[in-house]
Design a protein around this ligand. Structure first.
Ligand code: ADP
Ligand code: MG
Length: 373
């Protein structure tokens, strides 16, 4: 675990980071994001002691890093930066293997590892290992930079805008590679970026910084849904949630107290209820559990209005769970040509209802919010 405890950093009396505290759990991929000059790089460099805090403490696994041997500290930390930091006079192989060789690891082991890393970042070892950095494209160099950051199999990897100089397609490809690597190796990754899409795509949690201060530290989903303040909301952008529809859950868009009736209610009463409440169907509920749906059409087709709801309602209705996404809901609606979908928990308790019109209402409210700003 990495812990910042009241870390302050001043450069020549000028405070860049006033008072920063946060924790990063082992195996988490944390993105630090914020405007240029807000202190992201400074924060990152304090973790590997390229910069020392003016006051406060940084702990790794409970140990204050100020008291650790700095060489040992850095050897156990991968570091990748935008300018790659590759040594121009060394081949790709030597760049990747430099630290493992200094550490006197078994040469056969190193060779095997290098081959595996090259494949993981999508570079053919045969083709690239003996080239020099200048013989590679920017994207290829960046891949080598990533491979090198993983080469010592460190627990912690620090990355400072490693992909920001790349064209969008190369960047996307490398982001995907990094996600694959992380799924396999489960490192603790601290990744600085100024690109919100990148942070949302990659990180388990995002730290949003403004003028050296942490303004929000949360999952991408919660940041998109509940920005801590107007700064975050502006930074994130109100429309962005629609770029990540997986984060929009059925429970976020459902009507919370749909109009219901007891299975024992007569059709006469049911129709009256629908008229009064201005709906064209009722959720038939017993002890909170959904029994079926009764539509106005069904009720009107039955001449005997003393019949009870349960005898003509539709049973086994299609439904979604609260955590299903808006995409699941849309698929279900389109494939089955239904316009009303109840949201049920595991025990079939009725949690809410999604209708075509509630969907449209949610979507348009998002866009109206955007325009209001
Ligand atoms: N070595 C330094 N000396 C003086 N000021 C610095 C130094 N490094 C960074 N700064 C200042 O600290 C602030 C934060 O910089 P930095 O951490 O690089 O921001 P970011 O990475 O978020 O763009 C900036 O105002 C920058 O000018
Ligand atoms: Mg920076």
């Amino acid at each position: 675990m990495i812990e910042f405890e009241h870390v302050c950093k001043k450069f020549k009396g000028h405070t860049v980071i006033p008072d920063l505290s946060f924790k990063i759990e082992d195996g988490d991929f944390v993105a630090i994001i914020g405007a240029s000059g807000c202190g992201k790089t400074t924060t990152l460099k304090m973790i590997n002691r390229l910069i020392s805090p003016t006051s406060g403490k940084i702990l790794i696994d409970g140990e204050n890093i100020a008291h650790k041997d700095v060489i040992a500290l850095r050897r156990n930390m991968g570091y990748a930066i935008q300018q790659t930091g590759l040594f121009p006079h060394l081949t790709v192989r030597k760049n990747i293997e430099m630290i493992p060789r200094i550490q006197k690891k078994d040469p056969a082991e190193i060779e095997k590892n290098t081959q595996a890393l090259m494949k993981m970042v999508g570079l053919d070892p045969q083709n690239f290992l003996d080239r020099y950095p200048k013989e590679l494209s920017g994207g290829q160099q960046q891949r080598v930079g990533v491979a090198r950051a993983f080469a010592t199999d460190p627990k912690i990897i620090l990355m400072d805008e490693p992909f920001s100089a790349l064209d969008p397609i190369t960047r996307e490809g490398l982001q995907d590679k990094l996600l694959d690597l992380q799924a396999e190796l489960k490192k603790t990754i601290v990744f600085v970026t100024h690109d919100m899409d990148e942070a949302i795509k990659l990180a388990d949690r995002i730290i949003i910084m403004d003028h050296g201060q942490l303004v929000q530290y949360d999952t991408p989903e919660n940041i998109l849904k509940n920005p801590a303040n107007e700064f975050v909301a502006q930074f994130v952008g109100h429309k962005r949630i629609w770029g990540s529809p997986d984060f929009i859950k059925a429970e976020d868009i459902m009507i919370e107290h749909p109009i219901g009736c007891s299975p024992e209610l007569t059709l006469f009463r049911c129709l009256e209820q629908m008229r009064n409440r201005n709906v064209d169907s009722l959720m038939v509920v017993k002890d909170g559990i959904l029994q079926g749906i009764l539509t106005a059409k069904q009720a009107l087709a039955e001449p005997d209005r003393s019949v009870k709801a349960r005898s003509i309602m539709t049973q086994n209705v299609l439904h979604v769970a609260p955590q299903d996404t808006i995409l699941d809901v849309l698929h279900l609606m389109n494939e089955n040509h239904v316009s009303t979908i109840p949201v049920l928990d595991k025990s079939h308790t009725l949690m809410g209802l999604i209708t075509r019109s509630s969907l449209v209402a949610t979507m348009s409210s998002q866009f109206f919010e955007t325009e209001a700003i």
